[in-house]
Design a binder for this molecule. Structure first.
Ligand code: SF4
Ligand code: SF4
Ligand code: FES
Length: 480
């Protein structure tokens, strides 16, 4: 930490941070566009102008090193005039699109126009009008809204590692365009729209779906892989609409990949909400009574999966089984879960489970692994097999499917293959925590309300144990 002065007051700030973020930490907002904490500083937009004591001209804050004794002014008339000039320049060609722009409500241009603009325009000429273009499989550019901050170009080069975008022509004619003759087709098209500070880059996937102020926002963790990126989960009418990145400076998490960001429909549609027996819809009480009896009759029970469940659910289930020595439980069902982390790209890992590490830390592993369990199940050493939100593993003897209980969140053709299919809540309906690939336990909030009566996986097992107890008692009373 170093001591710097901002507007005459002394603060202790983190010298490792950019001046814009260091000032934000102590409650001083410096407006900006082109600066991004995870990209190189280019000082292109001139929005972050400040005065530095001893320096005659206004300076860009993003380009000013934080060092002991630095004294800056962020609120003088000179600074305000400089920023208002930048805003006037940027708005000269920007269309008045806010009523139809997806970025409205979370647009830096709107915020900075309110905070630092003059409130009126002197621009009397016709604004430039360039047709919108599709530049990716899920990416559109509205050139008229672009303020040429170069964030998208830097992101492509510095994070994705591909020079897909470039700045062409000069001055009034400047335009961001494809640097190659093919559309962008990578896993970070959502991140491009996210980091664009205005509504120039947009995703088809979310276009015109909702105004941003209609969302309820919850702090959450992406479910898509073992990286565990932090997200703001946007929920409307109890439906998961959107994930936006929640920047985490400590963990250097500033982006989301498309695989996680856009994999939301399964939370809203095609949900498994009924109980099934042999592919036919049943009622929960019948299923629980039968499962209670089968639980008692079984000499050995196996559970596969659980790495989509919260740490809290897993711990509760584990403690429920404390007095039962006939249960084996393996949370790892796929190869990447058994190995050291393998990255697909700079964020996404090959393990598409958010909580493998949490399950392993809780001790939900076996020495034989998933293959050993399948072998023992096929040879009838295991009587009953529960699968928690996973595919039916390859190699299971089809004649033993009647003894499989599938706990799942969505309808699928698996239902007709197994003895029982039962619905469970998704993680966003519970809240709790996941532990990511590095062993970092991250909590998330409950964002959606489960339909009435829908159980979590731990409540489901509790209910089976209750029914197993009832069945045992009934047997004792019956014999008496
Ligand atoms: S498209 Fe967006 S991110 Fe790219 S330069 Fe224009 S305003 Fe910046
Ligand atoms: S890298 Fe993994 S955790 Fe991060 S957004 Fe993608 S799928 Fe989600
Ligand atoms: S944020 Fe400093 S010049 Fe753009």
């Amino acid at each position: 930490m170093v001591k710097i002065k901002i507007d005459g007051l002394e603060y202790d700030v983190n010298e490792k941070k950019n001046l814009i973020d260091a000032a934000k930490d102590v409650g001083v907002d410096i407006p900006y566009f082109c600066y991004h904490p995870a990209l190189t500083v280019v000082g292109m937009c001139r929005m972050c102008l400040i005065e530095i004591e001893g320096v005659p001209k206004l300076q860009a804050a993003c380009n000013t090193p934080v060092k002991e004794g630095l004294s800056i002014i962020t609120q003088s008339d000179r600074v305000k005039e400089g920023r208002a000039g930048t805003m006037e320049f940027l708005l000269a060609n920007h269309p008045l699109d806010c009523p139809v722009c997806d970025k409205a409500g979370e647009c830096r241009l709107q915020d900075n126009a309110f905070g630092s603009g003059s409130g009126k325009s002197r621009f009397e000429f016709e604004k430039r009008n360039i047709p919108q273009e599709e530049i990716g499989t899920n990416l559109i550019i509205n050139h008229n809204r672009c303020i040429v901050c170069y964030r998208c170009v830097r992101f492509e080069e510095e994070k994705v590692g591909e020079s897909n975008l470039g700045l062409f022509e000069r001055g009034y004619h400047s335009i961001i365009g494809l640097a190659k003759n093919e559309p962008i087709n990578h896993n970070y098209q959502g991140a491009l729209a996210d980091i664009c500070p205005v509504g120039a880059l947009l995703n088809h996937e979310t276009l015109f779906k909702s105004r941003v102020w209609w969302y309820k926002t919850h702090d959450s963790v992406c479910h898509g892989c073992s990286t565990g990126c932090n997200v703001h989960a946007n929920v409307r009418d109890n439906k998961m609409y959107r994930y936006m990145v929640k920047e985490n400076f400590d963990q250097e998490m500033f982006f989301l990949c498309d695989k996680g960001r856009f994999d939301l429909d399964w939370m809203n549609e095609n949900r498994l909400l009924s109980y099934f027996e042999n592919g036919q819809e049943s009622v929960s009480n019948d299923v629980f009574s039968k499962l209670g009896r089968e639980w008692n009759d079984a000499n050995s029970i196996a559970i596969l999966g659980g790495a989509h469940e919260t740490n809290e659910s897993l711990s509760t289930i584990k403690s429920l089984f404390n007095s039962q020595d006939k249960i084996i439980w393996e949370a790892r069902v796929s190869d990447p879960q058994y190995k050291e982390t393998e990255q697909v790209d700079f964020l996404l890992t090959k393990d598409y489970h958010p909580n493998t590490r949490g399950a392993v830390d809780i001790g939900i592993t076996t020495s034989t692994g998933v293959n050993g369990i399948i072998k023992d199940f096929n040879s009838k050493k295991i009587d009953l097999l529960f699968i928690i939100k996973e595919e039916i593993p390859e190699g299971i003897d089809s004649s033993r499917m009647n003894n499989v209980v599938m706990m799942d969140t969505n309808l699928s053709n698996k239902i007709s293959k197994v003895g029982y299919a039962v619905p469970i809540q998704i993680f966003a309906e519970q809240g709790g925590s996941f532990t990511n690939k590095n062993g970092l336990k991250q909590e998330f909030e409950k964002g959606m309300k489960p339909v009435q009566g829908l159980l979590s996986s731990s409540e489901f097992f509790q209910k089976i144990l209750d029914h197993a107890k009832l069945a045992k008692e009934a047997l004792v009373h019956g014999n008496n």
